[in-house]
Design a protein around this ligand. Structure first.
Ligand code: NAD
Ligand code: WQD
Length: 340
């Protein structure tokens, strides 16, 4: 049985990945500073899996605490989720984003190197492509982020590429996620944004449950089938399974051990397509109003998923119906997220 250090493991994607790691027979050691998550997630993971993961409330920048953890546990690999992730906030507070995401990652990687831990899976984002010249987006497209959050992800990717070049005993998986939505089918864990949601799906879910009056649809004049923005939404459980597959791939030493892949479904849905699918799944009417475009948004973004299929033998199984169904199940069971 292998032991995986999961940074940010109580967050949205991290918690779903810990569940799938446990299902696959791994032991998880979670490090999270709880800056954007709740300690209740630990109970929920235990309720789902029957196993309580080892947890440390710790910042990845805390050298001493991290060293103590790495001495205490025999860690075989790391999945590194811990990061700040709000695009608009990163424009307002770039230093905080570069400090937490970039400096934090460098500190973490230094500790891993010191402890001879050489398998690293990293949460990157489709945001590193910026506004792509065409869709679907392939991994070798130009990388040109448009905000500090995106730059922080690209900088960490580069640090990892250089680390691998310096010592190819490292095994590195860089995973570029498209738009994760949905929740575990139990409804016990899901996305719990603080304050007003920035992202489409949690906003729609809060309208459906009556916490918000209507959805503002940002732009209806894009060159898309209905004028609204198109994205590649992926079920968070599919995404979690992509991490487990990546660990399996990297543990096979005979192959190329610096991997950069898109994790998406390869299908694009517009804002209005998602509204419609959510209405169907929930039986609720989602009121919306058209508003001007949101600054920095692009018309369409969806993945070419061939590389993930070829290399990892992984593809997303869930469709938009299941993504909406599971979001609704989570939202109705936890109308205020993890807060009572
Ligand atoms: P999240 O905020 O729910 O999870 C991140 C977790 O990291 C939180 O629990 C937070 O408390 C923790 N954290 C942040 N900084 C930390 C630090 N310095 N030390 C320790 N813990 C820290 O976000 P998420 O949606 O689960 O995203 C996980 C990862 O995936 C992030 O790296 C994010 O950038 C990336 N990503 C997310 C999306 C998305 O749309 N959700 C898309 C692409 C990439
Ligand atoms: C989706 C579509 C909006 C909210 C962001 C980050 C990206 C990645 C995923 C981390 C767009 C429209 C949204 C609303 C709307 N995160 N929309 N009304 O912008 O594709 O990606 O999250 O890496 O970096 O930028 O996702 O969910 O915000 O927007 O009309 O209230 O929904 O304009 O077309 P986005 P999103």
């Amino acid at each position: 049985m292998k032991t995986i250090l999961v940074t940010g493991g109580l967050g949205y994607i991290g918690s779903h990945t810990v569940v799938e790691l446990i299902n696959a027979g791994y032991t998880s050691v979670i490090v999270d500073n709880l800056s954007n998550s709740s300690i209740k997630v630990l109970d929920r993971i235990e309720q789902i899996t029957g196993i309580r993961p080892i947890f440390y409330q710790c910042d990845i920048q805390d050298k001493q605490a991290l060293t103590d953890i790495l001495y205490k546990h025999q860690i075989d690999g790391v999945i590194h989720f811990a990061a700040l992730k709000a695009v608009g906030e990163s424009v307002q507070n770039p230093l905080e984003y570069y400090q937490n995401n970039v400096s934090g990652s460098i500190e973490l990687f230094r500790q891993l190197k010191n402890h001879n831990i050489k398998t690293i899976v990293f949460s990157s984002s489709a945001t590193v492509y910026g506004d792509p010249h065409k869709v679907p987006i392939k991994e070798d497209f130009p990388l040109k982020p448009t905000n500090p959050y995106g730059w922080s992800k690209l900088m960490i990717e580069q640090v990892l590429r250089d680390l691998y070049t310096s010592d190819n005993q490292f095994k590195v998986g860089i995973l570029r996620y498209f738009n994760p939505i949905g929740a575990h089918s139990s409804g016990l864990i899901g996305e719990d944004p603080q304050g007003i949601p920035n992202n489409l799906m949690p906003y729609i879910a809060q309208v459906a449950v009556g916490r918000r009056e209507y959805l503002s649809v940002f732009g209806n004049d894009y060159a898309t089938h209905d004028g609204t923005g198109i994205r590649d939404y992926i079920h968070v459980v599919d995404l979690a399974l992509g991490h487990v597959r990546t660990l399996e791939y990297l543990s096979n030493a005979s192959r190329d051990n610096l991997l950069t892949v898109n994790l998406g479904t390869g299908r694009g849905y517009s804002v209005l397509d998602v509204v419609q699918a959510f209405e169907k799944a929930s039986g609720k009417k989602i009121d919306y109003k058209f508003m001007p475009r949101r600054s920095g948004d692009i018309a369409a973004c969806y993945a070419d998923t061939n590389l993930a299929q070829q290399l990892l033998g992984w593809r997303a199984r869930f469709g938009i119906e299941e993504m909406c169904r599971d979001t609704w199940n989570w939202q109705t069971k936890n109308s205020n997220g993890y807060t009572n």
